[in-house]
Design a protein around this ligand. Sequence first.
Ligand code: FE2
Ligand code: FE2
Length: 147
Amino acid sequence: MTLRSSGTAHEAFTALGVPAVDRQHRVIAERWRLLARAGAEGDGARVRTNLWFLRAYFAEHFATEEAIMAEAGYPGLPRHARLHADLLVRLEALQVAHTAGTDPWGRGEFACLLDWVRTHIDEQDALMGRFLQAQQRIAASRGAGTG
Ligand SMILES: [Fe+2]
Ligand SMILES: [Fe+2]
């Protein structure tokens, strides 16, 4: 079951067993918690700081995942990368809205986006994680067979 969030409750994201990716997901969850708190308190400066951090960090995180998928020959990479690009566009739209002085927080867009991120991790990132783990098991059994 996919956990749904109000945008203010911040359960950690599901761990995938891919250490580099899980570490980055923890940074994202923590930063989203700070963003949510700033939004709830109406602190525009802290919303800006955390939103700008997240936009940059997501770009780095997606590059990490896409490099791992490319290296592993993951067949779902093109679709997965398109979803990443969509999220970056949506984050940029929030940056524009924030800069323009409209209130994306009040319209629930952050909570909606957090649901998107959680669903992406639970579905797309989890598929990637299972593929990588299966690949590791195959490599380990080949190693055992030849050793
Ligand atoms: Fe991810
Ligand atoms: Fe992803």
